[in-house]
Design a protein around this ligand. Structure first.
Ligand code: ATP
Length: 297
């Protein structure tokens, strides 16, 4: 992601429908800077770049404060999970990362949130361009009422990336572990797929345009155990190429698939953030231990 890519002008916002599109790769960065961190905030490790960094981020809905002074660094090419009880601000934080909160009238953001060194809340950042680099997958699969092929090709067509389109669609479906199930029926309506297949199609649609980050808001909570297991396997594979940030209510899921875990608690406070294994086996805070062991939530 370059600064110019985030500040480019485009009136089409594919993120609002759960996909992303590719910016012009020729844009020169305004600032040649990526953030290296020392791991003291529990986030990125030495030598591993931070992709997203929140600094004292506060989010309000009207008079209600949903996030309180969130500071954390999210490392690249890892799975970072957000867990915590209902209403603690997990989805609000996720939406802050690609400015989806802009679409909520009452929402107001204070503080800073850096994506590859650029504060995405600076006036010169175009949220549409930002969302091309930070895709999103929602809780309920939301394919378009179009063919399987057209769903995956959607963002590529918006961006005029239609050269070798068949190949790009096939690659995205393979990366989303769906190709083998749909290769003979690409013209079939996406709405005829099972829920789990629809969600993998939405993931294929998001990754077809090659974003840097994929945000996932409880992507498996509407699926049966077998479909959930496929999505979990897929998320782990995706982290080899993308940075994945996932909100989940399912602590076992966070423990299974994430490298880092952020524990939010009531009031929108980030109480603990670090290696998933440490958080689950040896949390620093009693409140986190109580939450993880099911004493509340
Ligand atoms: N669009 C909105 N307008 C007003 N308040 C909102 C809005 N969205 C969220 N909130 C409030 O912000 C707080 C945090 O909500 P958020 O959805 O981020 O929490 P969450 O941890 O993701 O919850 P859940 O696990 O139930 O999805 C809650 O008090 C919620 O009521």
């Amino acid at each position: 992601m370059t600064q110019n890519e985030m500040t480019s002008d485009d009136s089409t916002d594919p993120a609002a429908v759960g996909t992303t599109a590719t910016p012009d790769p020729s844009g020169e960065p305004l600032v040649d800077q990526s953030i290296e961190v020392d791991g003291t905030d529990g986030g990125a490790q030495p030598g591993r770049d931070t992709v997203i960094e929140a600094r004292d981020l506060n989010v309000f809905y009207g008079d209600v404060q949903a996030l309180q002074g969130i500071t954390m660094s999210i490392p690249e090419n890892q799975v970072t999970a957000m867990i915590g009880p209902s209403g603690c601000g997990k989805s609000t934080f996720l939406r802050s990362i690609n400015r989806m909160n802009d679409l909520i009238d009452a929402a107001r953001v204070e503080g800073e949130l850096y994506f590859e060194g650029k504060n995405i809340y600076d006036d010169d950042v175009d949220p549409v361009a930002l969302r091309r680099r930070i895709g999103m997958v929602f809780q309920h699969p939301n394919p378009f009422p179009k063919s399987i092929y057209d769903n995956v090709a959607y963002g590529l067509r918006i961006q005029d990336e239609t050269e070798n389109l068949d190949q790009k669609v096939e690659t995205a479906l393979k990366r989303a572990a769906l190709w083998d199930e749909v290769e003979d029926q690409l013209d079939k309506s996406a709405l005829d797929l099972s829920g789990g297949q629809q969600q993998r199609l939405c993931i294929a649609r998001a990754i077809a345009v090659d974003p840097d980050v994929i945000l996932m808001d409880e992507p498996a909570s509407a699926l049966d155990p077998i479909a959930t297991s496929k999505i979990e396997d897929l998320i782990e594979e995706l982290a080899e190429e993308f940075t994945v940030v996932i909100v989940t209510h399912n602590m076992q899921q966070a423990a299974r698939i994430s490298d880092k875990t952020a524990v939010f608690l009531t009031g929108g406070e980030l109480v603990e953030f670090g290696d998933t294994q440490s958080i689950f086996e040896n949390p620093e805070h009693q409140r986190v231990e109580d939450y993880i062991t099911g004493k509340f939530g």
